[in-house]
Design a protein around this ligand. Structure first.
Ligand code: AVJ
Ligand code: FE
Length: 441
């Protein structure tokens, strides 16, 4: 569970930084250097941009902000400022070449580990409990996920391999949905040491009773929507969702195609039959919302999702994760790119919530109905550009993380957000419905 011991947190920060760099190295050495500078999709940066941006953020926060050092290469800062150049323009910038980018990131890292060893982890908000170091490990892991998305978009044979998740021991026979009782619960956190600004502070929310799916929506269920003409009927879609479907002539999730009477999908450089029992992946918010309406249901709100994931009716408190306060393990959740796909719906009984909801953490990001907004009492920290500048924009919140997310960047309180049209992210969803309040006829 969380710890307040600075030496333990220092050890954790060290391990988290090393683990992130191992993953970054894998993602940037498994293809030829020429592929690092190529643009595989206008939605994504060249991989070499992510690599040097990782180093640049680490330099800015751990070497300059924490340790007060001068900029190593001030002239490169604007190249790696995500707000200066949209992703589609980044390949044309005079970026560091792959070997230079690796060298720069490694130099920064060597110095950052030295700073980690020498910095007291109490007495200053930026370094209390190792926050800045945890933030930078999370930042690198977030870009590793971004690079994994680029790998999935990339044409050609796969550059990455990983064992598949175990098949289900027995078909999942639990109930399709679970009742979450109405009443207040604690949302967000004021105690999780490396929680980011948008997860703070802890506050009470009154949530009316609702039902939520026990597992994420599967490909088989989503196929029923497709085969029932879901993409042909305006009535299931919001106006903006319908416009997206018509303009792009969408008929299925991203990477799917119908061929010879079968549904196939491209998945990390191979073509496979769409696996019926896996959570659906690569759907936009608009598609998730339309499916839910077709099913006579709706997406959960962000507070409903978090209550389902953290509320323990037995102790009447919010836990760090659905299974309790202990950190994720491979038995509890599909995280960390250990697999390159979600596990079948109904997997991970050891990760279920007290009410029996499964796979809330890991497998697929889950779209919610909620826009991205600050919690009451929010304070931007340590920089406005992480969360604050996105509040109130055209974003929907996603929760729970995916197979592509490392545990250091995944908690019951963790909030992700993206535009409702986005489909390249590792996103699926589960549905919900109102429950009649107790005593109602
Ligand atoms: C939280 C995933 C939306 O990738 O845009 C990375 C994370 N912020 N560098 C993003 C992030 C700055 C962010 N998301
Ligand atoms: Fe970044």
């Amino acid at each position: 569970g969380p710890t307040a011991d600075p030496e333990d947190l220092r050890q954790r920060a060290h391990a988290a930084l090393l683990a992130a760099r191992d993953r970054t190295s894998l993602l940037t050495t498994c293809v030829e250097d020429a592929e690092l500078t190529a643009q595989h999709s206008p939605l994504m940066s060249p991989l070499v941009w992510d690599l040097a941006h990782i180093g640049n953020q680490e330099e800015q926060w751990l070497l300059r902000a924490v340790a007060g050092r001068d900029a190593m290469r001030p002239e490169i800062d604007p190249l790696y400022d995500a707000f200066e150049h949209p992703r589609a323009e980044r390949p044309a910038l005079p970026l560091l070449a792959p070997a230079e980018a690796r060298h720069y990131a490694a130099e920064v890292r060597g110095r950052a580990l030295d700073v980690l060893e020498k910095t007291p982890l109490h007495g200053s908000p930026l370094t209390d409990a190792g926050f800045a170091f945890g933030m930078i490990a999370q930042h690198e892991q977030q870009h590793d996920e971004t690079m994994l998305i680029t790998h999935q978009l990339r044409a050609g044979p796969t550059a990455l391999t990983a064992p598949d998740p175990a098949p289900l021991d027995a078909p999942f026979t639990g109930p399709a949905e679970v009742l979450v009782p109405g009443g207040p619960f604690t949302m967000g956190t004021s105690t999780e040491p490396w929680a980011l600004d948008n997860e703070r502070p802890a506050h009470h929310r009154l949530v009316p009773p609702f039902f939520i799916d026990t597992t994420p929506v599967t490909n088989a269920a989503y196929l029923r929507f497709i085969e029932d003409g879901g993409y042909d009927e305006m009535r299931w879609w919001t106006p903006a969702g319908w416009a997206m479907v018509r303009q792009n002539q969408l008929t299925a999730p991203l990477f799917w195609r119908h061929e010879g009477g079968q549904w196939l999908r491209r998945h990390f450089g191979t073509v496979e039959q769409v696996p019926p029992d896996e959570p659906v992946l690569h759907v936009s918010w608009y598609e998730a919302d339309a499916f839910a309406r077709w099913a006579g249901r709706r997406l959960p709100s962000e507070e409903e999702w978090e209550k389902a994931a953290r509320y323990d009716p037995g102790s009447d408190r919010s836990m760090r994760y659905p299974w309790g306060d202990a950190d994720p393990t491979p038995e509890r959740a599909n995280l960390g790119q250990r697999h390159l796909r979600p596990a079948p719906a109904g997997s991970y009984p050891a990760g279920e919530s007290p009410l029996g909801v499964r796979q809330l953490i890991g497998d697929v990001w889950e779209w919610t109905t909620s826009g991205f907004l600050p919690y009451p009492g929010f304070a931007a920290f340590p920089y406005r550009e992480y969360s604050d500048v996105f509040f109130g924009g055209d974003y929907k919140v996603l929760r729970g993380g995916a197979f592509s997310v490392d545990a250091v960047a995944c908690r019951g309180t963790f909030r992700n957000w993206d535009h409702p049209v986005r489909r390249q992210i590792f996103a699926g969803f589960r549905t919900a419905r109102d429950a009649a309040p107790a005593g109602a006829a």
